[in-house]
Design a protein around this ligand. Structure first.
Ligand code: ASP
Length: 340
């Protein structure tokens, strides 16, 4: 047995879900089984050539993911990654916000060891559960020599944290890496790689990481969508200090607009976003299209998200507001995930 260990951190999700009927893949409760239980019943684990440790970090349906749970996950990742006897981490996670957690961890940690998020589209109780295979595949990726960075493994495909996106509501192969394509495939424990492992071009200094892990409240960044008949009313309400005060919310520090097509937006929405910018709110445009990145030939008053989806652009902006309160990096970067 190899000396270095893998740690599996459990956070809940459908992979730990249970339904009353084994034929029911939809009407289940997520986050019911502990990560230790998932490993105990994992066929093939006895043949896995490394010692596997487990730790339950959270037990939630990932639709309810929040900053405090991200901070807990971050702190436990830091703890385990620092240990010399740990080869890599696997994180069991719900599919709904997996891409946000993956991007958050990659942006903050830029780990030189692998951190592999995995999930399932069917509950553990299902007659056709996909979780056990995904978990075995994730362990194989975490144990792979040279593997590094935060990736997601689902349905035999390895996706990079920056590109991975849930694109289907119930299909087992629910994730895509869009135009960029996946990092590779994993077939019965063997990896077939077509791209390099994730590596962030911006590596956060340790004090920034500590700050992110400990901050009591994070900057408020909201997402708005452009659509037919959109007006500026929602933006004006979001930016209004009076409204924030009345509802007991923190003032909005940033807005991401999920724009139409190649970054276009309703003129009324755009006018309201300009007013928001004038009031000191950071604004970035992503696209509501599933594929493709916003591509402008000239600089725009509202910078684009450099290919990040709206939800990931929001994570980037939150981190930026924490680490660079005075200056915006987003919109000036060319690509915040380089390759080896
Ligand atoms: N709602 C579940 C979750 O994200 C969905 C899943 O895991 O597939 O936790």
């Amino acid at each position: 047995m190899d000396r270095k260990k893998i740690v599996v951190l459990g956070t809940g999700g459908t992979i730990a879900g249970v339904s009353v009927q084994i034929s029911d893949n939809l009407g289940y409760a997520a986050a019911q089984l502990g990560v230790h239980e998932l490993l105990q019943t994992l066929p093939g684990l006895a043949q896995f050539p490394r010692e596997v440790l487990t730790e339950q970090v959270a037990q939630i349906d990932s639709k309810d993911m929040d900053f405090s749970i991200w901070q807990r996950i971050l702190r436990r990742c830091i703890h385990w990654l620092e240990r010399d006897d740990i080869q890599g981490l696997v994180l069991t996670h719900g599919t709904d916000t997996l891409e946000e957690t993956a991007y958050f961890l990659q942006s903050v940690l830029s780990p030189t060891k692998p951190v592999v998020l995995t999930c399932a589209m069917r509950p553990a109780s299902s007659i056709g559960a996909d979780g056990p295979q995904n978990l075995m595949d994730a362990l194989a990726v975490a144990a792979h020599p040279g593997a590094r960075g935060v990736v997601a493994v689902c349905a035999g495909t390895i996706h990079g944290a920056r590109d991975v996106q849930k694109v289907h509501t119930w299909r087992l192969d629910a994730f895509s890496s869009g135009d960029v394509g996946p990092i590779g495939q994993v077939v019965q424990g063997t990896l077939y790689l077509s791209r390099n492992w994730p590596k962030s071009s911006v590596v956060l200094p340790k004090p920034d990481i500590k700050k992110i892990a400990a901050l009591a409240s994070w900057p408020r960044v909201e997402i708005v969508v452009s659509y037919a008949g959109a007006s500026g009313a929602t933006i004006d309400a979001l930016v209004s200090p009076e409204v924030a005060h009345r509802i007991g919310a923190a003032p909005v520090r940033g807005l991401i607009v999920a724009a139409t097509g190649n970054g276009s937006m309703h003129h009324e929405l755009e006018a309201a976003l300009s007013r928001a910018q004038a009031a000191g709110v950071r604004v970035v445009r992503a696209t509501r299209c599933c594929h493709g990145q916003v591509a402008y030939a000239t600089e725009q008053a509202i910078p684009d998200s450099q290919g990040l989806s709206a939800v990931k652009a929001r994570v980037a902006m939150i981190l930026e507001l924490i680490t660079q309160p005075k200056d915006s990096r987003l919109g000036k970067m060319t690509h915040n995930e380089a390759e080896d």
